[in-house]
Design a protein around this ligand. Structure first.
Ligand code: SF4
Ligand code: SF4
Length: 255
């Protein structure tokens, strides 16, 4: 399935040399996107983790041991394999910004998209959402609450994009030329170590454009050709090497 190239290409760059693995991005995402607490959070096969922080190690013993943390939202692929397999067109690649969105009322819960996503970024909603008494007052008004039986994933906080455009219109500014900080997803705003950056990957003025063009920038499973809109950055070669299934003899980008 072809999609038109958009002028804006919303993207994220995560500096893995700054991420401390605190998990603030995961908590912020759940709170912002109305993800209800589950009865058993230890069951990782049934929890919803739109943002998940992985721990990586270089596999060496002390004193050479090293760790890194890799936050994984949806990669918002330029060529999303989830979209092509959906039998009911419940997945859409937005022509304005390139965000891959999920149309919940159409989803029939077949989970083909989950099998097709090479990043394990999609989740099946096993339970109707139930909030502890009083907590329903904290729901984000512009984010729909999903019923059980549908697939879900990170949306790049698409509602915040819509809000930023509305504010720009109200202030007489051009909604298609937002300032760098007008639209910031919840996880990026919550990161206490400044590891996460967000903006237009096509705009040379934006930090993400500059970082994505650095020699230490990389994307996950880049050689699959999915063209993710999420980039990572690390000066450590062993960290970049974990981004794809490199052979021992192959060099990573930036080596
Ligand atoms: S961009 Fe929004 S939806 Fe995606 S992981 Fe971050 S907070 Fe969650
Ligand atoms: S909030 Fe920032 S530092 Fe914490 S885990 Fe997420 S990306 Fe890493």
């Amino acid at each position: 399935m072809e999609h038109k190239e958009s002028k804006i290409r919303w993207g994220m760059v995560v500096d893995l040399d700054k991420c401390t693995g605190c998990g603030a991005c995961m908590v912020a995402c759940e709170a912002e996107n109305n993800i209800a607490p589950t009865t058993d959070s230890s069951n990782k096969l049934r929890t919803l983790s739109w943002m998940l922080v992985y721990e990586l190690t270089n596999g060496k013993a002390y004193p050479d041991h090293d760790v890194a943390y890799l936050p994984r939202p949806c990669m918002q692929c330029g060529k999303p394999s989830c979209m092509t397999v959906c039998p009911v067109t419940a997945i859409d690649k937005n022509e304005e910004g390139g965000i891959v969105s999920q149309i919940y009322p159409r989803c029939i819960g077949c989970r083909y998209c989950m099998a097709a996503c090479p990043y394990h970024a999609r989740y099946f909603n096993w339970y109707d959402p139930i909030w502890p008494e009083g907590m329903e007052k904290t729901l984000t008004p512009n984010v729909s609450v999903r019923p059980r039986g549908v697939a879900e994933k990170c949306t790049f906080c698409h509602h915040k994009y819509a809000e930023a455009k509305e504010l720009a219109r109200a202030e007489g500014r051009d909604p298609l030329h937002l300032e760098e900080n007008d639209y910031i997803p919840a996880c990026v705003a919550a990161c206490p170590s400044g590891a996460m950056h967000f903006g237009d990957l096509n705009n040379p003025e934006h930090t993400v454009y500059k970082m994505a063009h650095e020699k230490y920038a990389f994307r996950l499973l880049e050689r699959l050709g999915t063209d993710p809109q999420v980039y990572y950055y690390s000066k450590r070669e062993w960290v970049r090497r974990q981004g794809d299934n490199y052979l021992k003899t192959e060099k990573t980008k930036g080596a």
